[in-house]
Design a protein around this ligand. Structure first.
Ligand SMILES: Cc1cc2nc3c(=O)[nH]c(=O)nc-3n(C[C@H](O)[C@H](O)[C@H](O)COP(=O)(O)O)c2cc1C
Length: 339
């Protein structure tokens, strides 16, 4: 695979990373079936969806939903567990216990913008307390034997873009990598990611920096690398329904039959992982993103989103496959819209 080289592209402390593209942690999407699929295509690090340390018991045992988020497939390497929380004691103790699950890396989320998380001082809320970041990282890196990393935003809002201060604090307190979603908390997903800020961070620290935000195409991968000098490129929304991006192929390049075949394979893994009913329901949002371009795509997406019967779902896919084959030249030329 093109992105997989024998030589590590960079190291997270002593953990080798064999590629420069990685699937972003995405709650509700970057579960084991999707991560394993993306790993096949070249995603070179495997981040869990974020896991609240409050979803772990005091003894570090996860509830049922959290336990599922913490499972990995043998194909995934390095395995990164991403946690979030506001309570220092609980963060450190939980991270320590999570090592029993044999992750290769533990990552702390300093970027989540969801109000009920950020306003409690977790996720991007921690960016408002650089002193707390210093304390937490100093303690985490002392307490854990695996490398500890951070995923940040640029700051709380436009007036407090403290990303350079935070990057220095992270490095000084033992963090082994910084992934940067180049927006502030206040921006949410509005405006565009400020890749120049990623370049500034890359210049400011010696640890690896991963650039993230608005990478939608293979051409964007080259652009963000050239503009920032980042060690790796993290791709989130544009990978949904489009794992080919990790093999540096844009979706339009993929023959329709291959697209449908992969979608079916992804569905099969979902059913296996979540069970038949939940597996289908949870797959629908992926299906929505696989089905792009071609005649009848909008109507099919709508039908798939409402479908809760596996046979009917598969029939819809058969019809779509027949449609795509009949109109293959049209589909391959049709623009892909990132929603
Ligand atoms: C549905 C969704 C869920 C997300 N969940 C997480 C998460 O659990 N942890 C995290 O660090 N970031 C999360 N993010 C942010 C992404 O990791 C990424 O930083 C962001 O989407 C920008 O990258 P993109 O432009 O490639 O999508 C999430 C984003 C989306 C769209």
């Amino acid at each position: 695979m093109e992105t997989q080289t024998r030589q590590p592209v960079f190291y997270v402390r002593d953990v080798p990373v064999y590629g420069d593209l990685m699937l972003a942690p995405m709650d509700g999407y970057s579960d084991l079936p999707f991560r394993a699929l993306c790993a096949e295509f070249g995603s070179a690090m495997s981040y869990t969806e974020f896991v609240s340390v409050d979803g772990l018991s005091r003894r570090g045992e996860p509830d049922e939903i959290t336990a599922r988020k913490l499972q990995f497939d043998a194909r995934e390497y390095p395995k990164v567990i991403q946690i979030y929380g506001h309570d220092e004691e609980r963060l450190v103790e939980s991270a320590r216990r999570l090592q029993d699950l044999s992750p290769d890396i533990i990552d702390l989320n300093l970027g989540c913008y969801v109000r009920k998380i950020a306003e409690r001082g977790a996720g991007s809320g921690m960016l408002r307390e650089p002193g707390k970041i210093a304390r937490v990282f100093a303690r985490l890196t002392r307490a854990l034997h695996v490398p500890v990393t951070a995923k940040i935003r640029l700051g709380w809002d436009e007036r407090t873009r403290n990303y350079l201060e935070v990057a220095h604090i992270l490095e000084e307190n033992g963090a082994s990598l910084i992934a940067v979603h180049a927006r502030t908390k206040a921006q949410g997903y509005t405006g565009s990611a400020d890749w120049n800020a990623i370049a500034e961070i890359k210049q400011a620290v010696k640890i690896p920096v991963i650039g993230n935000g608005d990478v939608k195409t293979v051409a964007d991968i080259a652009r963000i690398k050239a503009q920032t000098g980042c060690d790796g490129v993290m791709i989130g929304r544009a990978a949904i329904g489009n794992p080919w991006i990790f093999a540096r192929q844009d979706r339009e390049q993929i023959p329709p039959a291959e697209r449908i075949a992969l979608m079916r394979r992804h569905l099969a893994r979902h059913l296996e992982f979540y069970g038949a009913r939940a597996g289908l329901i949870l797959f629908r949002k992926h299906a929505y993103r696989y089905v792009q371009g071609g005649r009848g795509a909008a109507a099919l997406r709508h039908a798939l989103m409402l479908c809760d019967d596996l046979r009917a779902f598969e029939r819809l896919l058969d019809e779509y496959a027949a449609e795509l084959n009949a109109y293959a030249p049209i589909c391959q030329d049709s623009p892909i819209v990132l929603e």
